[in-house]
Design a protein around this ligand. Structure first.
Ligand code: PMP
Length: 445
């Protein structure tokens, strides 16, 4: 299909699109050309309500003037600065702001450019930490089935996505995976944290790490507080608290991948706050800069940072790791303006206040054709559909296309629909999302 853009045909062939059915897309493209607050505008001038905050990242809504202006000011002042062996003020301010927002004790910040880089950085920091302390046996990393920690080799190794094994093999050695916490037999149609099985699932973690491993060989366990990309899988009550106890007991670092759950998504600054569990390391990205400029970060407990300082000579580079664009000035300026906006507009509190309206909207879909489960927390929802026989993903994608036609952007993974709107959404817009979904679900084969 040929699209016109600025009076010329748009060249469609060269761009190999990420995580996209390229051939299908190019036959019938969905093209966005601008965005403001809760809406995208597509190439035909249609308004599309953003039910996914872009890709779980535009938490403050689109094209917010204070962020845009901070970015413009920064580009015009200091467009780039090498991050190795020198600094610029915005990097220090952004790190300080993030440290002050983080759970108590996590107050040292390493900047990356994405969630994937944050995951790999956190895993390296964890491995190096034990070695810095002279413990050379702790070399294993543990993730979870259905965990998603981005696309780099560390992240796909601890991640629990079978398709990655098929295509790329096992990247890192010494990795194991815990069971996921998705238990529809016990917890279908949960509102907020699922009630059942949390302690038991966490006890199975301890059984696994002590029967399959010597726990003193495990460096870190990495989990998403709520697994987002593989279908909004929530931790049953008590699971994360018990996981924290197990990690502490065995000297294992607990890493929370908060790339999705950070920055108000659950109605609190972090998933750690929502579940009242303090990990040793938090990874984040996305909402850190409102998706405007790529940026990620790894926030660590001071003692982890200090172990590196203590074990290194004063003139040594303590952590030989970093990116050309770590703490990029424009990204740092975007992050500072974003964190300011979250605070000024009390957007995390706003998300918390909207949670009950959101929850009612999500569960209003109960009983519609093919709806197998509905789950929600904060301003996130998972709508799981019964798959069509032999055609996993087909039904949800049909819902996606039909919702797009009706002006609402949703996201799908397999036959699960994930929703995560900007935190500036209002009640009418929430109702619009669920009314459109209800209409569409009634038409699905
Ligand atoms: N971790 C989690 C929990 C994520 O949800 C994602 C992205 N969806 C990533 C890591 C990877 O982030 P990025 O796409 O910015 O590399």
């Amino acid at each position: 299909m040929t699209l016109e853009w600025n009076g010329s045909p748009l060249p469609m062939d060269a761009y190999w699109m990420p995580f996209t059915a390229n051939r299908q897309f190019k036959a019938a493209p969905r093209m966005l050309v601008s965005a403001q607050d809760m809406h995208f505008t597509d190439i035909d001038g249609r308004q599309i309500l953003d039910g996914t905050a872009g890709l779980w990242c535009v938490n403050a809504g689109h094209n917010r003037p204070t962020i845009t202006e901070a970015v413009q000011r920064q580009i015009a002042t200091l467009d780039y600065a090498p991050p190795f062996q020198m600094g610029h003020p915005q990097a220090f301010i952004a790190a300080d702001r993030l440290a002050k927002m983080a759970p108590a004790g996590l107050n040292r910040v390493f900047f990356t450019n994405s969630g994937s880089e944050s995951a790999d950085t956190a895993l390296k920091i964890a491995l190096g930490y034990h070695r810095m302390k002279g413990d050379h046996l702790r070399t294993k990393l543990i993730g979870r089935e259905r965990g998603y920690h981005g696309v780099n080799f560390g992240g796909i190794s601890v991640g629990g996505i079978a398709g990655n094994r098929k295509l790329f093999g096992n990247a890192l050695a010494g990795v194991d995976h815990l069971s996921h916490t998705h238990d529809l037999a016990r917890n279908a149609f949960s509102k907020g944290e699922p009630a059942l099985g949390g302690e038991e699932m966490a006890n199975a973690v301890e059984a696994r790490i002590t029967t399959l491993h010597d726990p003193s060989t495990i460096a870190a366990i990495i989990v998403e507080p709520v697994a987002g990309s593989t279908g909004v899988i929530l931790p049953p009550k008590g699971y994360l608290k018990r996981l924290r106890e197990i990690c502490t007991k065995h000297g294992i670092l607990l890493i929370f991948d908060e790339v999705i759950t950070g920055f108000g998504r659950l109605g609190t600054a972090w998933g750690a706050d929502k579940f009242d569990v303090v990990p040793d390391i938090i990874t984040c990205a996305k909402g850190l800069s409102n998706g405007v400029i790529p940026m990620g970060a790894v926030i660590v407990k001071q003692e982890i940072h200090d172990a590196y300082m203590a074990a290194s000579a004063e003139n040594a580079i303590e952590l030989p790791h970093g990116y050309t664009y770590s703490a990029h000035p424009v990204a740092a300026a975007a992050a500072v303006a974003t964190l300011d906006l979250y605070q000024e507009e009390k957007l995390f509190e706003r998300a918390a206040a909207l949670e009950s309206h959101w929850e009612a909207g999500v569960h209003s879909l109960k009983g519609l054709p093919h709806v197998k489960d509905l789950r929600n927390i904060g301003l996130v929802a998972g709508i799981e559909l019964e798959s069509a026989p032999g055609k996993v993903g087909k039904r949800a994608f049909e819902v996606y296309l039909k919702a797009w036609d009706k002006g609402v952007l949703i996201r799908t993974t397999g036959d699960i629909i994930a929703l995560s709107p900007p935190l500036i959404i209002n009640k009418e817009q929430i109702d619009q999302i669920f009314n459109v979904l209800a209409d569409v679900l009634k038409t699905i084969e």
